[in-house]
Ligand binder design. Sequence first.
Ligand SMILES: O=P(O)(O)OC[C@H]1O[C@H](OP(=O)(O)OP(=O)(O)O)[C@H](O)[C@@H]1O
Ligand SMILES: Nc1nc2[nH]cnc2c(=O)[nH]1
Length: 232
Amino acid sequence: MAVPHLLTRFTPFVLKNPGRGRAERGGPADRGHPAYGRLGAMADGSWYDADIDHVIISEAQIREKTAELAKQISADYAHVEDGLLLVCVLKGAVMFMADFARALGRQGPPAELEFMAVSSYGQGTTSSGVVRILKDLDRDIAGRHVVVVEDIVDSGLTLSWLLRYLESRSAASVEVVALFRKPDAVKVQVPVKYVGFDIPTEFVVGYGLDFGERYRELPYVGVLKPEVYARA
Ligand SMILES: O=P(O)(O)OC[C@H]1O[C@H](OP(=O)(O)OP(=O)(O)O)[C@H](O)[C@@H]1O
Ligand SMILES: Nc1nc2[nH]cnc2c(=O)[nH]1
């Protein structure tokens, strides 16, 4: 989980469960709050909207771009006989992996799905570049054409480490598809062949991206209101 510098460098405890404090104060995390319907949540799932300052990329834009990226990658790998190996970096990329794999599935080539979990932020709030593997690949990737499916490239440190790691395992080729990239935040240049959107250097949530493990399920990507951090 990544969080903005100021927020946690001095108050690391807020990361554990920002929702809890809100519930105690009767905020929207409180299931007795009027914002929740009789079933315990608003039917249209829009309770999070109250926490979002502005949307950066809409659900429709994500859908359209994902189809575009899948079409491009499908064409580039049409010749690959043993199919593609998609490697998703948990947890943030899980939404994009699911949608991207399905979009690719409409056109081919066949793909196998692999998942890795790495810890890149440690106790701090910015990527240190020191990456620890929490869950490794389940199979040998030697000789395979690998596409890393990433949600976001921020400093680039996580990806830079991951690419070195995958290449050391003798893949036939390794490319990256990243839905979001922050060009002005990059600390280390990484070759990202397929990029969905370049976005400003702001901390964003939604579509897999969290703040304190919340907001991953938002269908769009946006920026939180300052008061969300204040009350966390
Ligand atoms: O370019 P970087 O600065 O290295 O940041 C990018 C990484 O940060 C996020 O993961 P995070 O470590 O927040 O974990 P999560 O996906 O489990 O939330 C994201 O999913 C990328 O993997
Ligand atoms: N949630 C979230 N995680 C990140 N990891 C790297 N950058 C970001 C970001 O902007 N938001």
